[in-house]
Design a protein around this ligand. Structure first.
Ligand code: NDP
Length: 240
């Protein structure tokens, strides 16, 4: 039986590449998304992968979404917590809403989704959870106290859950991308992006498929001894 995987935010950007990489690795994939129906429909037409709409920041919606995927495709063996948003601004301009929304979706989403899939993984004694962190959670970033805090939190969340999952055959790892060429980075002003690329030793943005290959390894049968770790894929920008 093919492993069943959920990729949150799996219909575009890095998530789309992860959905495809897991499918190519023989898994049955459910791609979650938040609200962009048009992109989700085009994704399903293009790839044949089913898309499921729910907000990962909504605890009950995650329980219901995972139950629906399990009813349609089978019990969930693999979770990739990829969904994420930015609401940037310096602390002088950042509102409480901007802070709370990013924490709720980027960090709360990981808890909500893990809570929904972990009991089944424990019972079946096999599971893979990969949480997408960020170079900006490792090193901080001007104008992103909310995002950096949420992404940094993901790294602690990963190490704690890895300890809980280890004896049940459930591995939990983080992957911290550097700057990747997606809609999220397209929103960064051109002059700021130019300065960012100048700091990347390989001299370019990363591509989504370069992140997806790392995720696919962490989700594979061969990665059973890898847990509680962070795989940094960032063109050499962050080396410690
Ligand atoms: P995109 O903005 O291109 O895509 C985001 C995806 O997440 C979309 O599928 C979106 O759905 C989904 N999403 C957003 N909010 C929710 C929600 N509340 N519930 C469910 N799904 C949601 O992002 P990227 O591909 O660039 O980023 C993917 C991940 O990688 C994020 O966690 C991001 O923080 C991280 N990352 C990205 C980097 C980059 O340089 N791009 C660098 C480091 C980390 P919809 O289409 O419906 O809006």
């Amino acid at each position: 039986m093919a492993r069943v995987a959920i990729v949150t935010g799996g219909t575009r950007g890095i998530g789309e590449a992860i959905s495809l990489a897991l499918r190519d690795q023989g898994m049955t994939v459910a791609a979650n998304y938040a609200g962009n129906d048009e992109k989700a429909r085009a994704f399903t037409e293009r790839t044949g992968i089913r898309a499921y709409k729910w907000d990962v920041g909504d605890h009950q919606a995650c329980q219901d979404g995972v139950a629906q995927v399990a009813a349609d495709l089978g019990p969930v063996d693999v979770l990739v917590n990829n969904a994420g948003i930015t609401r940037d601004g310096t602390i002088l301009k950042m509102t409480l809403d901007m802070w709370e929304e990013v924490i709720r979706i980027n960090l709360g989403g990981c808890f909500n989704m893990a809570k929904a899939v972990f009991p089944g993984m424990r019972d079946r004694k096999w599971g893979r959870i990969v949480n997408i962190g960020s170079i900006n959670g490792q090193g901080g970033q001007y104008g992103q106290v909310n995002y950096a805090a949420a992404k940094s939190g993901i790294h602690g969340f990963t190490k704690a859950l890895a300890q809980e999952g280890a004896r049940f055959g459930v591995t939990v790892n983080a992957l911290a991308p550097g700057y990747i060429d997606t809609d999220m980075v397209a929103a960064v002003p051109a002059d700021v992006l130019e300065k960012i690329v100048a700091k990347i030793p390989v001299g370019r943005l990363g591509q989504a498929h370069e992140i997806a290959r790392g995720v696919a390894f962490l989700c594979s049968e061969d990665a059973g001894f890898v847990t509680g770790s962070t795989l940094s894929i960032n063109g050499g920008q962050h080396m410690y």
